[in-house]
Design a protein around this ligand. Structure first.
Ligand SMILES: *[C@@H]1O[C@H](CO)[C@@H](O)[C@H](O)[C@H]1NC(C)=O
Ligand SMILES: *[C@@H]1O[C@H](CO)[C@@H](O)[C@H](O)[C@H]1NC(C)=O
Ligand SMILES: *[C@@H]1O[C@H](CO)[C@@H](O)[C@H](O)[C@H]1NC(C)=O
Ligand SMILES: *[C@@H]1O[C@H](CO)[C@@H](O)[C@H](O)[C@H]1NC(C)=O
Ligand SMILES: *[C@@H]1O[C@H](CO)[C@@H](O)[C@H](O)[C@H]1NC(C)=O
Length: 408
């Protein structure tokens, strides 16, 4: 009898406890709900740049699709079953464009996730109107209102067949001719399409403001030039990467020929034939260093930024990496495990996601990257995980501090 009473009391107590726990979970969920939709871009460290600087000096992308595409790439990538088989199928059908579409989606998403700017004006230079329509489609799936895209046709000088034919991938030369092809713009920030933002993108406009009176462009290092054989001419301390360029076009128009690309052509930098546009620009700037502001790899971090030949990046640690660059297809193949893990984590990022969850996921993937043999460029770079996650950690911390206190 005694036992029975005790048992029923125990059952009652258990039910009571379960109800209380459920109630508590409900209260916590109710309190958490608004927190989960907090926009991480509106919290965090003191900004370098405020407002929407791209309205006066736009962000510029150059996108070429080349081949005729008949399938809606976006549907293939994001509406189809998200299995690797589907993606592999998509790769086969769409080849390079599928990769570009995924990169553009991730670029736009990370841009809006971290920025405090209300709107972004983006000039998209494309090989055809059809390509621009595709880019518009991708951007509209990220945000209808905050991404304001404008089209500009690809422009290359006439009688320079070596630029539009074989050399490297299509389109790469166009970024050297922005002063010529965008006559109405005073200044722009150009980025390659294989980049992701890890902090507020508008901070890049601080580079335009940092140019000295003689300087016309700001670029970050490309240490690969220190390892290439045969050696090629390079500018800056170890070489420069063209994946991010803060360009004062007004000043570039004062160069011989009326622009950067034209000046490079007139200076005869195409012979001996460079591997690509970046070699030509390095060659030119090595002879015209007064035009250049060399900035740290915080502004364009790539696997070679981890080489021991690379200049030390103290502000990567103190301020965080703003832009990560998947140079040399490092977002799609194992050049460096941490660079790959970061991109792969951010391809599934969605606006409004709780930065604490994104941070935990990214930190886990970066920690897993450390389990591999330490043979990758960034294996031994202490502090890289911190530099890659600093803005996310700031956003996560700010949200945690805003947690409502729960009184039961
Ligand atoms: C694109 O389509 C046009 C006409 O349908 C065709 O002539 C051209 O060869 C195609 N280009 C490629 C790269 O497939
Ligand atoms: C998703 O997978 C299911 C089952 O394998 C299949 O029936 C369906 O057609 C697929 N959907 C798409 C859009 O591929
Ligand atoms: C863009 O999307 C719209 C509507 O979703 C569709 O009608 C159009 O065909 C798409 N264009 C391209 C080039 O994919
Ligand atoms: C670019 O340079 C021109 C000429 O020196 C200057 O008037 C203009 O303010 C500069 N633009 C920016 C965004 O700094
Ligand atoms: C990293 O350090 C380990 C241990 O000192 C060394 O064996 C390895 O070669 C280093 N890796 C790189 C990429 O420098």
């Amino acid at each position: 009898m005694k036992v029975k009473v005790r048992r029923s009391a125990l059952i009652l107590l258990t039910i009571h406890t379960l109800v209380m726990v459920n109630l508590l979970l409900y209260v916590i969920q109710r309190h958490h709900h608004p927190v989960l939709t907090v926009d991480p871009s509106h919290i965090g460290a003191v900004p370098l740049v405020v407002g929407s600087p791209s309205l006066t000096a736009p962000l510029v992308l150059v996108v070429c699709a080349g081949a005729n595409n008949t399938i809606n790439d976006y549907a293939l990538l994001y509406n189809a079953n998200d299995t690797s088989e589907d993606l592999q199928f998509a790769e086969k059908v769409q080849g390079i464009w599928t990769r570009q579409a995924e990169q553009l989606y991730t670029l736009f998403t990370t841009l809006l996730y971290f920025t405090k700017s209300a709107v972004w004006r983006i000039i998209v230079v494309t090989d055809s109107m059809a390509t621009f329509q595709k880019v518009l489609n991708i951007s509209s799936h990220v945000s209808m209102h905050r991404l304001q895209l404008e089209h500009s046709p690809l422009w290359l000088p006439e009688n320079q067949p070596q630029l539009s034919q074989q050399q490297w991938r299509p389109c790469v030369w166009a970024k050297l001719f922005l002063a010529e092809s965008l006559p109405d713009e005073d200044a722009v920030v150009y980025v390659d399409t294989d980049v992701v933002f890890l902090g507020p993108g508008e901070d890049l406009w601080w580079l335009l403001r940092s140019l000295g009176p003689q300087q016309a462009l700001a670029l970050a290092p490309e240490p690969q030039y220190q390892r290439d054989q045969p050696r090629r001419p390079f500018a800056g301390r170890v070489g420069l990467n063209t994946g991010m360029m803060a360009l004062n076009l007004t000043r570039l128009r004062q160069l011989d020929g009326g622009g950067l690309g034209s000046a490079i052509l007139r200076a005869g930098m195409m012979t001996p034939s460079p591997r690509h546009d970046q070699d030509a620009l390095n060659n030119y700037l090595s002879l015209n260093p007064h035009l250049l502001l060399e900035v740290s790899s915080r502004w364009n971090f790539l696997p070679s930024s981890c080489f021991r030949e690379a200049p030390e990046c103290t502000d990567c640690i103190s301020a965080g990496i703003t832009l990560l660059h998947g140079a040399d297809m490092s977002f799609f193949r194992v050049i460096d495990r941490k660079v790959l893990a970061t991109y792969q984590t951010l391809t599934s990022l969605r606006l409004g996601q709780d930065p604490r969850l994104v941070l935990v996921r990214l930190q886990r993937h970066l920690a897993q990257a450390d389990f591999w043999a330490h043979i990758y460029p960034c294996s031994n770079s202490t502090g890289l995980t911190h530099a890659l996650t600093l803005a996310l950690a700031d956003a996560a911390m700010a949200i945690s501090l805003h947690l409502p206190s729960i009184r039961v």
